[in-house]
Design a protein around this ligand. Sequence first.
Ligand code: OAD
Length: 328
Amino acid sequence: MSIPPTTTIQSIAERIKTGQITRIIVLTGAGISTSAGIPDFRTPKTGLYDRLAPLNLPTPESIFHISYFSHSPEPFYAIAQARHPSTLKPTLSHAFLALLAKKNILHFLFTQNIDGLEEDAGVPAEKILWTHASYPDDLMRKAIKTGDVPYCLEPKCSGAIKPEVVFFGESLPEEFDEKVKLIPEADLMLVMGTSLRVAPCSGIPRMMEPGVPRVLINMERCGDMGSRDGDVSILGDCDVGVREFAEALGWRGELEALWEEVVAAKAKIAGPESEDGGEDGPDLDACIAKIAAQMDERLGISKGHKKMLESHLGDKFARMMAGDRPAS
Ligand code: OAD
């Protein structure tokens, strides 16, 4: 019996070069943007969720939960400001996605990110589904830039405006069900920079037809990636993994040139310095500390108020017990 050939990144690259692979489905998460300066969510210590500790939220994810946002929108906007400085630039991994699109082999991209860097790198919008958001409009961008909660201008409403982001507790756009139908047509799946911990995106890799190769480029193993014949895992920094893949494809020079081009184009739009706190935008931990102090202050007022009421009622009760009639 002959031993089936092992799938490697080189053998996959060979199949791409020879035109046997032409429809690649990509799933990305926060890890492809960490080298642009946006922390991911779940990496211990550096990820957003650990850094939210000063806010004492019910759970770190609450900040993105619709029921929490509906009564406390401030923390969401405070961190959105730090996570989306206008000077963000696409990473090499974003440029690689644009190169796949340029070569007409990107079948579709599911992204869990809302930074818009895939589009900045040149991936056409019709090839992307933002599974957690559509890109914020100008007013929303302004709110995100200042960190202030935008309120409805209608006097009868004046509620906090929710960004066009799909929060936990909300349904994904109907388009998601439409786009997952593309998955069985794919001849390669590429998963990059995600922990595969959040449904329904976490289920996408399992929707690939058995036997179709799947490539993981990520700091750690995740989901069921690596468990099937034909799976290839490149563990480590995704820009490094992407360089290895590009090298195997013979596209390294082209990739570096494209990346340089898209970074320069973004720098031109954003300008060298932005009003929102310099090159890197406002500091995330400083934004968190500021909002935590505001929340403590509000809690302090309500604690003081409670104490005052308790002592007032206590006095009233004591007078009643002593036979005094209340004044009114
Ligand atoms: P996570 O923070 O859960 O996972 C990021 C993954 O990327 C982890 O496996 C990291 O090890 C890996 N990683 C980080 N930096 C990397 C790098 N430079 N190179 C390679 N890998 C790297 O982020 P997501 O999976 O995107 O939802 O999270 C999914 C959803 O959970 C988010 O969209 C968000 C969050 O709660 C909402 O906000 C509704």
